[in-house]
Every structure is written in C-alpha cells, then in structure tokens.
Design a protein around this ligand. Structure first.
Ligand code: SF4
Length: 61
C-alpha cells in the first residue's frame, strides 16, 4: 500500500501499511485510478475544446 492522498499521511511521507484514516490499500488504489481517469478525461476534453475552437475559427474566416 502507498497512499499520499491527504494531509494526515504517515510522517508526511505516505501511509504504507494501513491508512492513518483506516483506509485499506485496495481503496487507495481505486481512488488513484479514479483520479487518473478523471485527469485523462479532462485532458481529452481540453484537446477537444481546442480542436473545436480552431475549427470554428476556420469556419468563421
Ligand atoms: S491512507 Fe488515509 S490518512 Fe493516509 S494518506 Fe491516504 S487518505 Fe490520508
């Protein structure tokens, strides 16, 4: 287990055995995956917005 998802983390370095909050490693892993998926989704949305804006710009010139 490794979790560094909050300010209560062990020794300010990361919970490695069990979470100081009681969280298990499997939960920490799923939360990391969830955040990774959200970051990827936002990056894709940003790319789509840029592409769309460029296409609209092109269409209006
Ligand atoms: S296991 Fe809990 S206390 Fe430890 S860093 Fe993650 S969220 Fe914070």
């Amino acid at each position: 287990m490794f979790c560094f998802q909050c300010q209560e983390t062990a020794k300010n370095q990361g919970c490695t055995i069990n979470g100081m909050c009681g969280k298990k490693g499997s939960t920490a892993n799923l939360q990391d995956l969830s955040v990774d998926a959200m970051v990827a989704m936002v990056m894709k949305a940003g790319e789509t917005a840029v592409t769309t804006m460029a296409a609209l710009d092109q269409a209006n010139t």
